[in-house]
Design a protein around this ligand. Structure first.
Ligand code: PLP
Length: 384
């Protein structure tokens, strides 16, 4: 399977056994428990699961593992180039498990680069899970590492400023501390951080992996050792992905490449047009202003654009085709005001410092025709 192109693997990964099973579409297994007459063998297997390993045998209980979710996990691991992937109920549940794994190892200190997703920023800044954080600039990240640092956390491109971080340079500066890259915005269709030296990739699967705005999930791709720590935490804390969501996310992977490339092209076009719009004072999109980009990191700029206007609330109130809503990554286009919504939980001073001004709007470009999106944006912009 790995000899095929990435796009081909995205369609067939996690489905390798279906023909032999006489099936075309992956089955959705909704069982919460699984019968077995051999209690002694079950007990031995539970000991294996307790260590975070997965013996690949029949399932025991829904919180320990589910076959439909396992298909999504194995597919995502393959597409990110990881040994393993562990799925959770949401992106935040996935991040919590990563932090708890390092707290349990006695490495509660995190070095992080702003801007990050607003709730991630809040979780780190509040120390809610017993972690502490040092906020660093990309160049100073290596210097912020201490003996108790368990993780370095970055997003590239960042939310909502779309700043790119050179993952390879960062990973080299931080070794041996693993760099966790939130790859939600780029997805493995455009960027595979593990190939650049990152140790851990995290997704809010709610966004592009699902792709249709109708499923919540999170997933972490890493080496098997870290995956074991995550499985132990998931088993004990219960933030499992629902089997139906596992099915929807596996299906989402099969169209991911087509969706990402199509939406990226439209987003790049909208970004170019926004630069010339009289109501727009600033546009953020990877590579737009000709600044040097990390080489060979992202295959396209992605489908998110952000821009500044005088009255962002007038724009979100006037759009008709764009839906004014938080979140991103659906087939339809969304617009939101980060300072009010996604980054509202951040302290206003830190928000401003991270480049998230009150004038900033963020759009998630979907699969509509680019000219229809542009017509809607321009009619809304004349009202700001
Ligand atoms: C949405 C999002 C998250 C959080 O994911 P949920 O699925 O909402 O819990 C984390 N990181 C990024 C970049 C996101 O966009």
């Amino acid at each position: 399977m790995t000899s095929h192109h990435w796009e081909t693997r995205a369609i067939h990964a996690g489905r390798e056994d279906l023909v032999d099973l006489g099936l075309h579409v992956p089955p959705i297994d909704l069982s919460t428990t699984y019968p077995s007459r051999d209690t002694v063998a079950e007990a031995a297997r539970l000991d294996v699961f307790g260590s975070g390993a997965d013996d690949g045998g029949p399932p025991i209980y829904g919180r320990v593992g589910n076959p439909t979710v396992a298909r999504f996990e194995s597919a995502l691991a393959e597409l990110e180039g990881a040994e393993a992937a562990v799925a959770f109920a949401s992106g935040m549940a996935a991040l919590c498990a990563c932090l708890l794994a390092q707290v349990a190892r006695g490495r509660p200190h995190v070095v992080a680069v702003r801007p990050l997703y607003g709730t991630t920023d809040y979780l780190l800044d509040s120390g809610l899970l017993g972690t502490s954080v040092t906020w660093a600039e990309p160049r100073g990240t290596g210097d912020a590492i201490r003996s108790d640092t368990g993780l370095v956390i970055v997003e590239s491109p960042a939310n909502p400023t779309l700043t790119e971080i050179d993952i390879q340079a960062l990973a080299a500066a931080c070794a041996p501390v693993p760099v966790l890259v939130d790859n939600t915005f780029a997805t493995p269709a455009l960027q595979r951080p593990l190939n650049c030296g990152a140790g851990i990739v995290l997704h809010s699967a709610t966004k592009y992996l699902g792709g249709h705005g109708d499923v919540m999930g999170g997933v972490v791709a890493s080496n098997e050792e870290f995956a074991r720590a995550l499985r132990r935490i998931r088993f004990a804390t219960g933030g499992v992905l629902h089997p139906l969501a596992g099915y929807q996310l596996l299906r989402g992977l099969s169209t991911l490449s087509v969706r990402m490339h199509h939406a990226s092209a439209a987003a790049a076009e909208i970004a170019r047009r926004l630069v010339h719009h009289p109501s727009v004072t600033r546009v953020h999109y990877p590579g737009l202003s000709g600044e040097p980009r990390p080489p060979e990191q992202m295959a396209a700029g992605g489908a998110i654009v952000s821009f500044e206007v005088d009255d962002p609330h007038a724009v979100t109130g006037s759009v008709r085709l764009f839906t004014p809503a938080v979140s991103l990554g659906s087939v339809d286009s969304l617009i939101q005001h980060p300072a009010s919504l996604t980054h509202h939980a951040m302290d206003p001073g830190s928000r401003e410092q991270a480049g998230i001004s009150d004038r900033l709007l963020r759009i998630s470009v979907g699969l509509e025709h680019v000219d229809d999106l542009w017509a809607d944006l321009t009619q809304a912009l004349t009202r700001d």
